[in-house]
Ligand binder design. Structure first.
Ligand code: ASP
Ligand code: MG
Length: 419
């Protein structure tokens, strides 16, 4: 008997038929002897539709009221799912985030969980219920409804799993697990069986969309084992957990890409101490997230500073860049919105030198120019021209031996028949 939290995303609960299938799946788990908590997202595109409704009223809605609005989406799903379980003859009860004590700070639309008082969940489980919890929402200590940021239901699920000491938190979604690359870009990509928290964090931070970065952070901090799998079949997916450093790990686990960032360059900045501090304090004050930074070699006491930032922060970055140019007497700023970032992630990199060199030569052979480079102990990322992103990802996937043919060739008994 296991204690499991199962999180279903919007696509998996997007309509009556799918809700009935989810209900059946939860009942099957219960019949198999597990204690089951479900965390659900809003149905289909409901959250997007709610955002659009607000935008029809005003382009500057109060964040508190946005949270009041957005939190309704998940409340629809929980009640309908409870009804679907009742309809097949089993006991279930739905709760909102506030009802189960997901206590957050007051950062409306991107609140952070401070505490989970999950006794209400445990009591309902003890009473033999399947417990259904609304994802994405919480409450401040003084009773304001908050939401956790887009995609936040993953974080709710992990937080509940941590709060009740679940054996596993299953994230059930419309893909089969974590892949070595986006299968829409690399048809030869294959599913990974196990990924360490640190690899998953790097993958989520560099473009893998299957799990929310914050949720993985929360899971690592609380030791929650994640099983990321399909809601449409029973196949095992990918386990995300602590992987002991003493175990042999793949040099490269995956190739990720991200086209959601833009590059900002401030030109002809005086090259003297304190200049970078000024540039990036302006950006920080404007709430601009900065990813990679490059400072060019200095010529005649002047230099260029480039950095990448999410496109959603770009309007603020441009305003801050105006101020920087005036303050520093720089020449001008420019923006390139057509960049892409490709990254290689793998825990085995720590003990295998030469990954970066091989990555650069692979990209060179593919005729892809490198614009910026950054590394961590288990990741190498390159910023390139966005038009080459698919070619770059495919070339790296092949050259690092990740194409599924090379894997099945070793493992499948049928491979000798030339099939
Ligand atoms: N419904 C929310 C969203 O679409 C939360 C979630 O799906 O995780 O962002
Ligand atoms: Mg959603």
């Amino acid at each position: 008997m296991a204690l499991v939290v199962c999180k279903f995303g919007g696509t998996s609960v997007g309509g009556a038929e799918r809700l009935r299938a989810v209900a059946q799946r939860l009942v099957d788990r219960k019949l198999a002897g597990d204690r089951v908590v479900a965390v659900v997202s809003a149905m289909g595109d409901v959250t997007d539709d709610l955002v659009a409704l607000a935008q029809n009223i005003t382009d500057d809605p109060a964040e508190r009221e946005m949270d009041m609005l957005l939190a309704t989406g998940e409340q629809v799903t929980i009640s309908l799912l409870a009804m679907a379980i009742h309809a097949i003859g089993y006991k279930a009860i739905s709760f909102t985030g506030p009802q189960v004590g997901i206590v957050t700070d007051s950062g409306h639309t991107k609140a952070k969980i401070q505490e989970v008082r999950a006794d209400r969940v445990s009591t309902a489980l003890d009473a033999g219920m399947i417990v259904i919890v609304a994802g994405f929402q919480g409450v401040t200590p003084d009773g304001q409804i908050t939401t956790l940021g887009r995609g936040g239901s993953d974080t709710t699920a992990i937080a509940i799993a941590a709060g009740i000491g679940a054996d596993v938190c299953e994230i059930l979604t419309d893909v089969d697990g974590v892949y070595t690359a986006d299968p829409r870009v690399v048809p030869a990509a294959h599913k990974l069986d196990v990924v360490s928290y640190e690899e998953m964090l790097e993958m989520a931070a560099t473009g893998a969309k299957v799990l929310q970065l914050r949720a993985v952070e929360f899971a690592r901090n609380h030791g929650v084992v994640i099983h990321c799998r399909s809601s449409f079949n029973d196949m095992p997916g990918t386990i995300v957990r602590e992987v002991d450093d003493s175990m042999e790990q793949a040099i490269i686990s995956g190739v990720t890409h991200d086209t959601s960032e833009a590059k900002v360059t401030i030109r002809d900045v005086p090259d003297r101490p304190g200049v970078a501090a000024i540039v990036f304090s302006y950006m920080a004050d404007a709430n601009v997230n900065v990813d990679m930074i490059v400072q060019n070699v200095s010529e005649e006491g002047m230099t260029d500073i480039s950095f990448t930032t999410p496109k959603e922060d770009l309007a603020r970055a441009k305003r801050a860049a105006d101020e920087v140019v005036t303050e520093l007497g720089a020449r001008l700023w420019s923006v390139d919105e057509s960049i892409a970032k490709v990254s290689l992630v793998g825990a085995g990199m720590k003990t295998h030198p030469g990954v970066a060199a091989k990555m650069f030569s692979t990209l060179a052979d593919a005729g892809v120019n490198l614009d910026m480079i950054s590394t961590s102990s288990i990741r190498v990322s390159c910023v390139i021209d966005g038009v080459h992103v698919e070619r770059a990802v495919q070339a790296l996937h092949t050259s690092f031996g990740l194409d599924s043919d090379s894997v099945t060739a070793e493992m499948s008994p049928a491979s000798g028949k030339g099939a």
